[in-house]
Design a protein around this ligand. Structure first.
Ligand code: TRP
Length: 330
């Protein structure tokens, strides 16, 4: 029996993935490979919807790809590619944009948030149509599941609406992809303000996996905790300590309950030291694997290109069916 398909993407918008990316999403990408036929991609076309520098983007795309491999996403098991190398994404996006209502697109909350930040009127049309490109990313591969965070749910809803609308108007081409809610990976919080989600836009509280290990250690040791001295999981009253417990548990495999017992009667110092140790330990190996891949860009680019070839063989079939139904000359 053939495996069902999963698809997900990540934007190359930082110099390094951070611990929240890893524990919140990317580790599950790795795990899903055992059960699903996985398609994973670097969404470089989405990264140009806001102001950017071309050389920085090119570099981040390679570094992101290398990091996926270093985390354990496997080019043998899965199809891993870069969006802009598969032109069918843009081609399908155009067809879908002609099926999207202007008002419908205007209701996307992520666009409203992002465009509000930049000041009214400065947002690009590309930022506005971002969710339609995302719908194309997904529908080209006809996945059964799309693992996404809560913030992407509305985009997946739009994807389903557009798929259904295309089918209804022109004939059945698309299945309706379902969100895959990846179970109970803890939401990782900012180390300086644990009421906020860890995010690259708050770098002082963010653990970048490619950061200098010394810097990682320092950030963990200066993480905000609370005025008690009890290592106990209580997200409401002890968000800082709970966050560190989640991190330690994720890297060590030891349950939070066991950690609480082991740290009974101890202060935060030794606890933080152990958290720093496990994260730094992981980061060192991770950095070694990433740098090894980046040391030979020729070989890496070849690997990226073969990912695109694999992806295109699927994407072309879908686009073909879409063009046929859409009334384009074949
Ligand atoms: N918008 C997603 C994010 O910022 C990235 C993305 C682009 C994506 N296309 C996708 C995710 C398709 C899943 C499926 O996280």
């Amino acid at each position: 029996m053939s495996k069902s398909r999963v698809l997900s993407g990540i934007q190359p918008t930082a110099d390094s993935f951070h611990l929240g990316n890893q524990l919140g999403a990317l580790n599950s990408w790795v795990d899903l490979q055992a059960e699903y036929d996985c398609f994973y991609f670097i969404a470089d076309q989405h990264a140009i919807t806001v102001e950017y520098d071309p050389e920085v983007l090119r570099n981040r795309t390679r570094v992101s790809y290398a990091q996926l491999l270093a985390l354990g996403v496997s080019p043998e098991q899965s199809t891993i590619f870069v969006q802009s190398q598969v032109p069918e994404h843009s081609q399908l996006a155009w067809v879908l944009s002609c099926l999207t209502g202007y008002g419908e697109a205007s209701r996307m909350t992520q666009f409203k948030d992002k465009s509000a930040k930049g000041g009214a009127g400065s947002a690009s049309v590309g930022l506005f149509t971002y969710p339609i490109l995302q719908a194309a990313d997904i529908l080209l591969y006809q996945p059964e599941f799309v693992p996404v965070g809560e913030d992407q749910r509305q985009h997946l809803e739009l994807t389903r609406d557009l798929a259904g609308r295309f089918n209804g108007r022109f004939g059945e081409v698309f299945g309706l992809p379902k969100p895959l809610i990846v179970k109970a990976t803890a939401k990782i919080r900012d180390l300086q303000d644990p009421t906020k989600k860890m995010s690259k836009s708050l770098p002082t509280g963010c653990l970048f996996l490619l950061d200098d290990p010394k810097k990682i250690e320092k950030k963990i040791k200066s993480a905000v905790t609370d005025s008690e001295t009890v290592v106990r999981f209580d997200e409401e009253n002890k968000p800082g300590v709970s966050n560190l417990l989640s991190i330690l548990s994720a890297y060590s495999g030891e349950s939070i309950a066991d950690l609480e017992v082991r740290y009974e009667g101890q202060m935060y110092g030794p606890f933080k030291t152990e958290v720093a140790e496990v994260v730094v330990d992981f980061a060192k190996g991770f950095q070694e694997r990433t740098n090894e891949l980046l040391a030979d860009t020729g070989a890496l680019d070849q690997q990226i290109a073969s990912g695109a070839t694999k992806a295109r063989s699927v994407a072309q079939q879908t686009l073909d069916a879409v063009y046929e139904k859409s009334g384009f000359l074949r």
